[in-house]
Design a protein around this ligand. Structure first.
Ligand code: FAD
Length: 473
């Protein structure tokens, strides 16, 4: 379609071309529906341009840098790190993003999705006005997929130079020599890890009493230990009282759990305290919709992700919990909504079985309930743990880490929690284990390849089933 052949009516109109929006559009088009996708920036959204992909590309480079230290100190490889050519690193990262952007754009074109560049505003329960384009009516439904942006703190405006968000940090001209990262969730931990690998002095401040506070307490403990071992100054239970922007950096006053005030100075303050949904200018009221107090659009029907206005659906970061603010959750939501609009009856998203990963060094990966969460939910809980170093491959890596399985006594597996190198690639079997309500003995029958880190997962289940090999009782 060219921009001159304007569409005035379609089956499905999707607002926002991030992972939630473009997955909805692709699936709806594959099911034979006419789809218009409106995007005011670039298709791919946060994940592709400012989130998952560029950050993981840089974390991959960070892992290579760490490997040089390990090669020298542990393996006798006479290697030294001369320097990191930041512009070359950024060029490779941007090339990866560009390739994926071209890929998504091509998929949408091939599927016959009509992508309109502009800002969309609801005019009613079935109508949308697109700036610079015109009005489009949607016969079957409208899908809200406008995503989220970084949250900032009152009185602490990001200036993009000294006080930065995850967006700014990505596009900065280089890495600072020192950084104070505020926020110990996945994004804060990943950026702290990345900066440390690249040689920066890093202080990581989290107000809760532990990092990744939504994860199992043992995950937080192992992660904190691993980050501290790498020289990151981790301060939990600590609150930022104030921050002053100086000519050459930032000076912050931090209240410790003991009530003392400490001064932290750094070249940059990276604020990673969560994200807020984007609904400004979206015209929710015109369609009879509003947001909750945190700005989310709450579905009236979670099984169909349909709002209180029939035919208006919502996916991705606009959703409140139990959705997770994760790209792969938004893919599942996009499939669900597209299939619903096509008249199918898809199964609801099983949020309890969606994996959660932090791509730091060490990594964390989890699915299902934490031990405390399982007990709070009233389960009679049994726990199996396994250090990664209890299997041979864990000693090859030599980086510690663990597997923890939470299960009902004589019942199904409720949660699996991993910390260590490459555990992001090991969580997939556990999402099936939790999603398919397997019991430890079901898993213990199956053999894991030797020598791999995944053996530790197998061993944790063997132990729970009373057949542990490498763990002493
Ligand atoms: P978005 O991707 O934010 O897309 C929304 C789109 O809507 C945007 O492109 C925007 O331009 C457009 N838009 C907004 N309003 C309008 C309008 N009125 N008209 C037209 N267009 C509009 N998730 C993971 O699963 N794994 C990870 O490793 C991971 N890492 C992350 C790292 C960082 C640093 C960040 C910030 C996020 C990360 N995430 C990760 C989260 C992931 O990026 C989000 O969950 C995902 O992008 C949400 O997709 P979405 O479609 O809801 O919204």
């Amino acid at each position: 379609m060219t921009q001159t052949e304007k569409v005035t009516e379609t089956d499905v109109l999707v607002i926002g071309g991030g992972t939630g929006g473009y997955s909805t559009a692709l699936r709806a088009a594959a099911l034979g529906l006419r789809v218009v996708l409106v995007e005011r920036d670039k298709v791919g959204g946060t994940c592709l341009h400012r989130g998952c992909i560029p950050s993981k590309a840089m974390l991959h480079a960070a892992e290579l840098v760490d490997g040089i230290t390990e090669a020298r100190e542990r393996w006798g490889v006479k290697a030294t790190l001369e320097s990191v050519d930041w512009s070359a690193l950024v060029a490779t990262r941007d090339d990866i993003v560009d390739r994926n952007h071209r890929g998504v754009t091509g998929h949408l074109a091939h599927a016959g999705v009509e992508v309109v560049h502009g800002s969309a505003e609801l005019t009613g329960p079935r109508g949308v006005r697109i700036g610079g384009y015109g009005e489009v009516a949607a016969r079957r439904g409208i899908v809200l997929a406008t995503g989220s942006r970084p949250r900032t703190l009152p009185g602490l405006a990001a200036d993009g130079r000294r006080v930065v968000t995850s967006d700014d940090a990505l596009f900065a001209a280089g890495l600072p020599e020192s950084v104070l990262v505020l926020g110990g969730g996945a994004i804060g931990v990943e950026y702290a890890s990345l900066h440390r690998s690249m040689g920066a002095r890093v202080t990581l401040v989290e107000a809760a009493d532990r990092l990744v506070p939504l994860e199992d307490a043992d995950v937080s403990r192992h992660l904190t230990r691993g980050l501290k071992r790498r020289g990151i100054d981790v301060r939990t239970g600590a609150r930022l009282l104030e921050a002053t922007v100086l000519e050459d950096g930032v000076r912050a006053a931090v209240r410790t759990p003991r009530g003392e005030t400490r001064t932290v100075e750094a070249d940059r303050l990276l604020v990673a305290v969560g994200r807020v949904p984007v609904t400004d200018g979206l015209g929710l009221a015109a369609a009879g919709l509003s947001t909750d107090e945190r700005g989310h659009v709450v579905p009236a029907d979670w099984d169909r992700l349909e709002t209180s206005v029939p035919g208006i659906h919502v996916v991705g970061d606009l959703l409140p919990p139990p959705s997770l603010g994760l790209a792969h959750a938004s893919f599942a939501e996009g499939l669900l909504v597209a299939e619903t609009l096509a008249g199918l009856r898809p199964a609801p998203v099983d949020y309890a079985a969606v994996p959660r990963v932090t791509y730091s060094a060490p990594q964390t990966a989890a699915v299902g309930l934490s031990e405390a969460g399982a007990r709070d939910a009233g389960h009679d809980v049994v726990v199996g743990t396994m250090p990664l170093t209890a299997v041979a491959k864990g000693t090859v890596h030599g980086q510690g880490g663990m597997v923890k399985v939470v299960a009902e006594r004589d019942g199904r597996v409720l949660g699996v929690h991993l910390v260590g190198p490459h555990v992001s690639e090991m969580i997939a079997e556990s999402q099936l284990i939790v999603g398919w309500d397997a019991e430890p003995s079901d898993v213990a029958r199956h053999v894991h390849p030797h020598p791999t880190l995944s053996e530790a997962v197998g061993e944790a289940f063997l132990t729970l089933a009373g057949r542990g090999l490498h763990q002493r009782a």
